[in-house]
Design a protein around this ligand. Structure first.
Ligand SMILES: [Zn+2]
Length: 74
């Protein structure tokens, strides 16, 4: 029995035959790469924003406690 040795790269997400820029194990078509990158950008942005807010609010809390303790001392 003849075996098919040609492995067709298909998009892992939508099954499109045209797979562009396979990165590592992942093979997606251009549309799915665009979607995937867009989602990753949103997730990264939200993560950075949360980290910023957390750092910023921690800074505010420490400055508030510092101010109130200074007021109590005077
Ligand atoms: Zn696709």
């Amino acid at each position: 029995m003849p075996r098919k040795t040609v492995v067709k790269s298909r998009c892992a997400l939508c099954g499109a035959k045209e797979v562009s820029e396979p990165r590592g194990e992942e093979k997606y078509c251009r549309d799915c790469w665009d979607k995937k990158i867009a989602v990753e950008e949103i997730v990264a942005r939200e993560f950075a924003l949360k980290r910023y807010i957390r750092a910023h609010s921690a800074e505010n809390i420490s400055s508030i406690t510092r101010r109130s303790s200074a007021r109590a001392a005077s």
